[in-house]
Write a protein that binds this ligand. Structure first.
Ligand code: 6LW
Length: 504
């Protein structure tokens, strides 16, 4: 569901739209793989495949079993899994990631990145987020973390050797040196980092050394990527990873956001994965222009089949695009209880509850329409736009009523209600319309309209809400909007769900 929409001769950037931050990429022959952070959502760490760096298809989630991902009930929103590094070495894929809400740094291997991935190898001696893996010619494995420091590890056992060594912290005084990636390219070892924090001052800097453990010499042109202080439509650019294209050219994947509306600008899709070309001058990488419309690269494009927009819940397993909150216990989620339906058995009386039963997908387009057909005869539930427990809007059905509810910070209110007549199911709908033109500095980024579909298929709007309250600038944190179905009482059955991008 993640292919980039295309117009004319250009390809659209972000290449992986929606809440897909902290991209890490690796190449194996003609194939590219990419992994992102997933925080409190389960399953964790979405993994994508591409053959042209532009069109990406989700092939799984690396951590998709309870034995791999433990997000205890106290796991806060934007806790959980941070910043994976994905590498290929010795005929195997290696993925290292931090679970900030429990297991710390954990490492997984797979022969097929679509899975299954191994059980976790814990790295108790590696302290710090954003772990990276790099192997030198002697076979030593170097694990580098935010700070930036490094320790040698045995990736099979998780054993560490010696004490962590401080390598380089970016510009003196700059906040949050993080997201290190270490590469051996030509005669140098390069240490790529992010600095300035993941907000508007984010950036990417680099240093180089003749050996993997330093000393590192900073690039005279740092930061090599930042949009701080600019009016570029893509902001917060940082957290990059380098890769070579099929023709040997160089590219960087990195995160960025698309703020909309008036002042100060609100972004609602979370941090998304973008692509930019890289050239080399004096053995330093130079990042080219970041564009929302990429020029086609000089190799064949491999467009995947059109992304499915509708799920009829005919399969026994949920597709990888679907994510839940912290865990997905089988007794609460079923596609077998009623054949061809998704049945959700409630735990927690609303999405305010961290343990709520929810199946959602990331919002990947600025404007979209999502619908679901719900049978609430045995419970209460509906369709939601979720940022976290304190920031969500939903349209909820019972056997007698449909209500629109807004939760914004400490406030929760029923915005509209509408009696239900006739037999279930009811089609609930959400339409998001991006703010195209700013005529007032206080204008929000988008409007979210909630309604039901009448028997003729016509959308009947019950409420329209300002989208700014479901933005990262209001809610805080590291995630983005997720659209999905939930149960708040009893068992709620969903016949189908569809999500259609609308014209921006
Ligand atoms: C991640 C850090 C960052 O660990 O944000 O933008 C943190 N960079 O590298 C959470 O995604």
């Amino acid at each position: 569901m993640s292919s980039a929409p295309e117009t004319g001769n250009t390809l659209s950037n972000p290449v992986v739209p929606g809440f897909h931050p902290d991209p890490s990429i690796c190449r194996v022959g003609a194939d590219y793989y990419l992994a992102c952070s997933s925080f409190e959502y389960y399953p964790g760490v979405p993994v994508f495949h591409s053959r042209d760096l532009v069109h990406w298809t989700q092939i799984g989630n690396a951590l998709d079993r309870p034995g791999q991902l433990r997000l205890p009930p106290g796991t806060s929103s934007s806790g959980g899994l941070y910043a994976p590094t994905l590498r290929h070495h010795d005929d195997r894929f290696w993925l290292v990631v931090t679970n900030v809400s429990g297991d710390g740094n954990i490492l997984f291997t797979a022969t097929d990145p679509a899975g299954p991935w191994s059980d976790p190898v814990r790295l108790p001696g590696v302290q710090g987020i954003d772990p990276d893996l790099a192997w030198d010619d002697e076979g030593n494995c170097w694990c580098t973390v935010a700070g930036v420091s490094q320790i040698r590890i045995d990736p099979q056992t998780g054993e560490t050797f010696g004490e962590p060594r401080r390598l380089w912290s970016g510009a003196p005084g700059a906040k949050a040196p993080e997201a290190p990636h270490l590469y051996h390219i030509g005669a140098y070892w390069y240490l790529l980092i992010a600095e300035g924090g993941t907000e508007r001052c984010h950036g990417v800097s680099i240093a180089r050394s003749r050996t993997p453990d330093g000393p590192f010499e900073p690039c005279p042109d740092n930061p090599i990527l930042t949009h701080r202080g600019t009016d570029h439509p893509v902001q917060n650019t940082g957290h990059g990873d380098l890769v070579q294209g099929p023709d040997g050219s160089w590219w960087m994947v990195f995160l960025g956001v698309r703020p909309r509306g008036g002042t100060p600008g609100w972004h609602v899709l979370g941090r998304e994965t973008f692509l930019a070309p890289v050239t080399w001058v004096d053995d330093w990488p130079v990042v080219g222009e970041v564009s929302l419309a990429l020029s086609p690269p000089p190799w064949p494009l491999q467009r995947p089949a059109a992304a499915p927009v509708r799920d009829d819940f005919e399969l026994s397993e949920l597709a990888p695009v679907w994510i839940s909150l912290r865990s997905r216990p089988v007794e609460h989620y079923s596609t077998k209880e009623r054949s061809g339906w998704l049945s959700l058995r409630a735990r927690g009386a609303s999405l305010d509850d961290p343990e709520a039963i929810f199946v959602g997908r990331r919002q990947q387009h600025l404007s979209f329409r999502a619908r679901t057909s719900v049978d609430p005869a045995e419970g209460r539930g509906g369709l939601a736009v979720r940022l976290d427990e304190q920031h969500h809007y939903e349209i909820e059905a019972t056997a007698s009523e449909v209500r629109v509810i807004a939760r914004i910070g400490p406030l929760r209110t029923v915005v509209a209600s509408h009696p239900v007549t006739g037999a279930a199911p009811v089609v609930l709908a959400i339409e998001a319309a991006v703010t195209r033109q700013v005529t007032d500095a206080r204008q929000g980024p988008d409007t979210l309209a909630f309604g039901v579909q009448d028997p003729e298929g016509v959308f009947v709007e019950l409420a329209a809400l300002d989208g700014r309250y479901l933005s990262t600038e209001v809610a805080g944190g590291f995630t983005g909007r997720v659209i999905g179905m939930y149960a708040a009482a009893g068992t709620v059955h969903f016949d189908w769900f569809d999500y259609v991008p609308l014209e921006d």
